[in-house]
Write a protein that binds this ligand. Structure first.
Ligand SMILES: [Zn+2]
Length: 286
């Protein structure tokens, strides 16, 4: 069944053609199917050219992107983008740095969005101890994170997790929490922590910075194919640093990860396809 769907997609991509500027990718014109499981297309990052950005992703063979909310406004935006574009799936979230900025009233409003908005995932959520140093604020982040994990579990949705400079604390919380489906986004903790998260059944989403960032290359090396997802984190983490990233460039991350794992791109695409549809419960267009 999977193979039949996969071939159908390859055919549809052949018909629609390809050949976008993938910013140095040798895969220009490939017939493979790609997924970008973490983007931020709202907050005016793409306000002048969103339609072109979406078109370039489709031309490159990207089938779906998961657009993550960060706060009240971006949660509204992600749901509306998912209605407007077939390419976009909505995730509703509350980023830890936005938790720290929110009033009590705003916090309740965002939690209510996470409870009720139509979405394929909860995210991005988690802890950020890189930007937030105050102990009280860190404690609040952890409390809100736990509340969100409970909502996600009730809704049966996967959770996309940010853990910058707080990887140990996040893994501790997930171990104590238990059984939901977790996706670690741009994980930069020690490999020993990554292994603990893998033991819990977590998926790992490898961003486009894998093209140059040696720690991410090491992580991509140890994550088994059945736990691997790929993302751009657009507009951040451009494969060549510095410029605005976009979903079409996810192909660069696939290319780098297939080299690291010494497998062909078709096998990697097949695994990520399977993982993506399994984690996010997304069916694809015929
Ligand atoms: Zn993000």
């Amino acid at each position: 069944m999977l193979l039949i769907k996969y071939l159908a997609f390859n055919n549809s991509i052949m018909e629609s053609g390809s050949g976008s500027d993938l910013n140095g990718s040798k895969l220009n014109g490939s017939k493979n199917v790609f997924f970008d499981c973490h983007t931020h297309l709202g907050r005016n990052f793409f306000k002048n050219d969103l339609k072109e950005v979406i078109a370039r992703a489709q031309k490159a063979g990207v089938q779906r992107v998961v657009n993550c909310g960060l706060d009240k406004q971006t949660n509204l935006e992600t749901v509306s983008l998912a209605r407007e574009f077939d390419l976009v799936c909505a995730a509703v979230g509350f980023s830890p740095t936005d938790v720290s900025k929110a009033t009590g009233e705003e916090e309740l409003a965002v939690l209510s969005q996470i409870e009720s908005f139509d979405a394929v995932a909860v995210g991005e959520v988690g802890l950020d101890f890189h930007w937030i140093k105050d102990e009280g604020e860190r404690k609040r982040q952890a409390e809100v994170f736990l509340k969100i994990l409970e909502i996600a579990e009730k809704r049966g949705l996967p959770v996309i997790i940010h853990s910058r400079a707080a990887e140990r604390e996040v893994v501790d919380i997930l171990e104590s929490f238990g059984k939901s489906c977790f996706v670690m986004h741009c994980f930069t903790g020690k490999l020993s922590l990554a292994k603990r998260a893998l033991d819990l059944g977590c998926f790992f989403s490898i961003p486009t910075n894998v093209c140059y960032y040696s720690s991410m290359q090491k992580l991509a090396g140890i994550v088994p194919l059945e736990k691997l997802l790929i993302e751009t984190d657009s507009p951040f983490l451009h494969p060549q640093r510095g410029e605005r990233n976009e979903p079409a460039f996810v192909v660069r991350a696939y290319e780098t990860v297939s080299n690291i794992k010494n497998i062909n791109i078709e096998r990697l695409c097949d695994s990520v396809y399977f993982n993506f549809t399994h984690v996010f419960g997304v069916s694809l267009p015929r």
